[in-house]
Design a protein around this ligand. Sequence first.
Ligand code: ZN
Length: 382
Amino acid sequence: MIDIVDYLKHSEKDMLQFLEEIVRMESPSQEPQLTAQLADYLTICFEKMTNGKTSRIHSEEYTDHIRAEWGEGENQLLILTHLDTVWPQGTLETMPFEVKDGKAYGPGSFDMKAGIVQAIYAIQALETNGVELDCKIVLLITSDEELGSPTSKDFIIEEAKKSEAVFVLEPSQGENGALKTARKGVGTYDISIKGISSHAGIEPEKGASAIEELAEKITYLSNLTDLDKGTSVNVGIIDGGSSKNVIAEEAHAVVDVRVQTQEEMDRIAPLIEELKPVDEEVEIQVEGEIYRPPLERTDEIEVLFEKARDLAKTYLDLDLEEESTGGGSDANFTASIAATLDGLGAVGDGAHANHEHVIISQMPRRSALLAMLLCEYGKVRS
Ligand SMILES: [Zn+2]
């Protein structure tokens, strides 16, 4: 283990350079020509740096996802990363890659390009130090995570089913880089209301207002929030109507839902999906779902976290903590299938924000933590 920690400590400069290269390659999820360039580059880097092999998983709408594999064996350990970011093309002009006070700034640096660097270096550290595991390591680098993983979800679940454990390189939480052992489930609903338009002054009795119906639904939906149970329902966007003197024919709302437990998910989802109008002349159409189930802290997750904490204490002199978060990730898909540990990525701050950055000196340490976990699980389980 010491060799791996040392090796990575000496790789800090190279890791930073790798991070700079890939932050300078902008990769918004919805720009496949850009994400494809980054995918090609990462494929070359992975194969060169680890002697591993890669294949592509086809994505109809976005760039093909990368499945990278290292080592051999019947058992499998899975690492999840994503190469897409929330930042549109051209962001680098106002938010360039920059190193200041031991921090590396830039779009996607924290979420999660540094995580990709750390994952590839962790595998490289195993390869270079001659570590042989009794299992294969599969690294997925997907291209649509920031959109809720519409085209990668099934592949992630498929790979998780074949895996002993899943390590997710999403950013850690807080200054001390806490891991994430619980995440809320996340849903989005689009609610379209169709009423009957009429002149509001001349014949209001002939109309049926979509806006009035929506107003009633906003109150109903907001009241589904139950913070004690970790459930929140937020009507975040509304629009409707065409003119002040027309009874509104259409109204529309977009709703964000977060749930902490499967039980709450099962309770809340039908209440939204089966919304009924108060006014019988009005029609309501609901589209959407809770697309990421909650990641609940299972006993298996606890065991995995304890292992990570022991390794961090022994070899990195780090008191690793755990936290829960309201944000979802691909870990939400895998936690009920295989022991999953999330937040193993970069230490820093500002995911999806202008001050997004990573703490450079933590990159080799986090990479070492992942490499050690792979060693432990690659051998113990075989
Ligand atoms: Zn992310």
